[in-house]
Ligand binder design. Structure first.
Ligand SMILES: *Cc1c(COP(=O)(O)O)cnc(C)c1O
Length: 383
């Protein structure tokens, strides 16, 4: 049976060169980067060299990067860490209703702690309006957290404009750039952003490692207390192999960014064209923004069916796609992102996210489009 992975927005295969880098570290090194002996110094060099490498590619200083256990921790560290460092400044936060749960659930926690949160709406393409951010600002606003690009529909947000607004008011600006990394060229120096979250496993690096960019001068109080690692911003022995693999993954992603973009765009266009041929233009709806999107994320509704049925049937044909957000305990919850986009019920309940990446081919698109047509025909005949 075919095995086609179209869920790269959830996690990606680790690039062989990143695996190699990690193997080299895991088999050849075992010191603690905090130890002063030769083994420790060697471990420290491994971590530093990955940090230098990533900093160079993201146009920031090495000491502006804090290694974490992934995107979720980076988001939490950014939000809680920056707020507790500005404790008496204000109690209002602006975010959007389409953030990843790592941000949304952190904000819900903050509400319990006495913060007031504005969850901005989005338009039907999944975009935050800059004027909505402006209108939400108060004297009490201390933090704005808006994602670079959405993980369910791929819509890219007006980060620069929002950042400039935040900067002019002296408000901290956090950006979850987990999906943008490797898809959009990112320069921390050029963006009006104070904190930016990254994760390795969305860019063909290992799971369980990521980074938070913290602009120099932005104070961050640690969430994990312990050793002095990461300049006292994140205690705990470094995930040395993971960090080395992350470094390699960022290097590969940066070197092949244009190439990857072109390839993903080609796959996307091919897939849409094939669906049009197989199903007719009126049988599916593309969710998201028509031009401001990440090429690797394609969210489509097939109003004839429902998400769960189609996903299960695709899985039986060896095709792995996803509903917007990962399903919890086997039951599909309607995506908070599509809901915020105020899509009609039948569109909401029949959305599938196809996300492309390393290893996907035109043949995968052909096979998938054909199978979708077969499945829909079968379901139609049954009802
Ligand atoms: C995957 C993802 C995260 C979480 O990253 P982990 O490394 O899996 O914790 C956060 N934000 C976005 C936009 C994501 O896609």
């Amino acid at each position: 049976m075919n095995s086609i992975y179209l869920d790269h927005a959830a996690s990606t295969p680790v690039h062989p060169e990143a695996v190699q880098e990690m193997m080299k570290v895991m088999t050849g090194q075992f010191g603690n980067a905090s130890s002063v002996h030769t083994f420790g110094r060697s471990a420290k060099r491994t971590v530093s060299s990955a940090r230098d490498r990533i900093a160079k590619l993201l146009s920031c200083q090495p000491d502006e990067l804090v290694f974490t256990a992934g995107g979720t921790e980076s988001d939490n560290l950014a939000i809680f860490g920056a707020l507790s460092a500005t404790e008496n400044a204000g109690k209002h936060i602006i975010t959007s209703s389409i953030e990843h749960h790592a941000v949304l659930h952190a904000c819900e926690e903050l509400e319990k702690m006495g913060y007031r949160i504005t969850y901005l709406p989005v338009d039907t393409t999944g975009r935050v309006r800059v004027e909505d951010v402006q209108n939400a600002l108060t004297e009490d606003t201390v933090l704005i957290s808006i994602m670079y690009a959405n993980n369910e529909v791929g819509t890219v947000q007006p980060i620069r404009e929002i950042g400039e607004l935040a900067k002019s008011r002296g408000i901290l600006f956090h950006v979850d750039a987990v999906q943008a990394l490797g898809a959009i060229p990112i320069s921390c120096r050029d963006l009006p952003v104070d904190l930016m979250s990254f994760s390795a496993h969305k860019i063909n690096g290992p799971q369980g490692v990521g980074a938070l960019y913290v602009r120099r001068g932005v104070y961050l109080s640690p969430r994990l207390h312990g050793g002095l690692q990461e300049k006292k911003r994140r205690a705990g022995t470094e995930n040395m192999a993971g960090i080395a693999g992350f470094g390699k993954a960022v290097e590969i992603a940066s070197a092949h960014l244009e190439e990857r973009r072109d390839h993903d765009l080609m796959l996307r266009q091919t897939f849409i064209r094939l669906l049009e041929q197989e199903l007719g233009q009126d049988s599916f709806i593309i969710n998201g923004h028509p031009s401001e999107f990440l090429p690797h994320i394609l969210n489509i509704s097939f109003p004839e069916t429902d998400t769960e049925t189609l996903l299960m049937n695709l899985d039986m044909e060896g095709i792995a796609a996803a509903s917007g957000s990962a399903c919890t305990s086997g039951s599909l919850e309607v995506s908070h992102v599509l809901q915020a986009m105020k899509l009609p019920q039948n569109v909401l309940h029949s959305a599938i996210r196809f996300s492309f990446g390393l290893g996907n081919t035109t043949e995968d698109m052909e096979y998938t489009a054909q199978k979708i047509a077969t499945i829909l025909r079968r379901l139609r005949n049954r009802s």
